[in-house]
Ligand binder design. Structure first.
Ligand SMILES: CC(C)(COP(=O)(O)OP(=O)(O)OC[C@H]1O[C@@H](n2cnc3c(N)ncnc32)[C@H](O)[C@@H]1OP(=O)(O)O)[C@@H](O)C(=O)NCCC(=O)NCCS
Length: 288
């Protein structure tokens, strides 16, 4: 078989259609989308990306590298696996200098076996946790002096950016959230300050819970999108109160299920979610 590897800085309409077809074939076969949000945007040309094609007559394998975050995704057509295509793509990318992290979604045998063989080491695990929201969830009152309210006052969004930066100082992506992520043109379409709940102590915003409603074909899902408490205010139960208030808010807005994404190594946070009835339904792994 004469598979050739091509590298493209941008995709033509036709190439984008081929990538989309391959992605669809992988998704139907594996039951898992091989792309995350970043890769979807990269494919549409909405964020920087380099595209690697393994082509015979048609596209048999595809990898996308993200030069900003040094991360990559990779997939091979289900009918052309174990033919060395994944290996060729990784080798071509490595030949350009590889200090990338590779994402595998759903903890599948293929990715694990391939990762072992090619010398990838699991580095980070991202969990998806869910719980039902059909019944009103428990909600406890905040400690005295702490008020929970929506982010509808002037200055609230600046305070959220500040709390976020301090709470996620060690987090590679989340800590860099800016004002334009909250009220820039792209956020305007779906961001609603009423879904962003703040914990206020005295005059100071000490934590927030940003919730989101997602309409799926068969249900409305309420997402615990970001929850953060200032390190200086931690240990007072503010995270739990914010979580409960957000779940109640999502239930009242019609969500039937709650979902969240969390780093597996954030064990205290995972414990808080487990105690609130969440269970792990999915695991994504980042290899280096
Ligand atoms: C993971 C994936 C990219 C591998 O692509 P591929 O072209 O089939 O991989 P290769 O043929 O180059 O495999 C190289 C070696 O990896 C190992 N391997 C690959 N798939 C495996 C599997 N399902 N189970 C166990 N080992 C596997 C084997 O050692 C294989 O060598 P061998 O076939 O001589 O035994 C492909 O299965 C895929 O697209 N999966 C879905 C997307 C995904 O999980 N991407 C994340 C990659 S980190």
């Amino acid at each position: 078989m004469k598979v050739r590897i091509e590298c493209h800085d941008a995709l033509t309409e036709d190439q984008r259609r081929q990538v989309q077809q391959l992605r669809q074939a992988v998704r139907s076969h594996d039951g898992v989308d091989p792309f995350n949000d970043a890769a979807r945007l990269g494919m549409r040309g909405e964020r920087p990306a380099v595209h690697w094609f393994a082509v015979e007559e048609e596209l048999l394998g595809y990898a996308q590298t993200d030069p900003e975050h040094d991360s990559a995704v990779l997939c091979v057509h289900p009918q052309h696996r174990r033919e060395g295509i994944g290996t060729r793509l990784v080798q071509s990318i490595r030949a350009q200098g590889d200090h990338l992290s590779w994402w595998a979604f759903g903890d599948q045998d293929g990715a694990r076996g391939f990762g072992d063989r090619i010398g990838f080491n699991p580095q980070r695990q991202l969990l998806i946790m869910e719980r039902p929201l059909t019944e009103p969830p428990r909600s406890s009152s905040p400690a005295s002096g702490v008020e929970v309210r929506p982010a509808t006052e002037a200055g609230d969004l600046d305070a959220v950016v500040r709390v976020n930066a301090l709470a996620f100082a060690d987090h590679p992506e989340q800590g860099s959230m800016t004002r334009s992520d909250l009220d820039g043109p792209r956020a305007q379409e779906w961001f609603n300050p009423a879904d962003l709940l703040l914990a206020v102590q005295g005059d100071e915003v000490v934590g927030f819970h940003w919730t989101k409603l997602i309409q799926e074909t068969d249900q409305t899902v309420g997402e615990v999108y970001v929850i953060a408490v200032l390190p200086a205010a931690s240990g007072q139960g503010i995270g739990r109160v914010l979580l409960e208030a957000g779940l109640l808010h999502l239930h009242q807005r019609g969500a039937q299920r709650a979902r969240l994404y969390v780093e597996a190594e954030a064990s205290r946070t995972v414990a808080m979610y487990s105690a609130a009835g969440f269970e792990v339904v999915w695991t994504d792994t980042q290899y280096s």
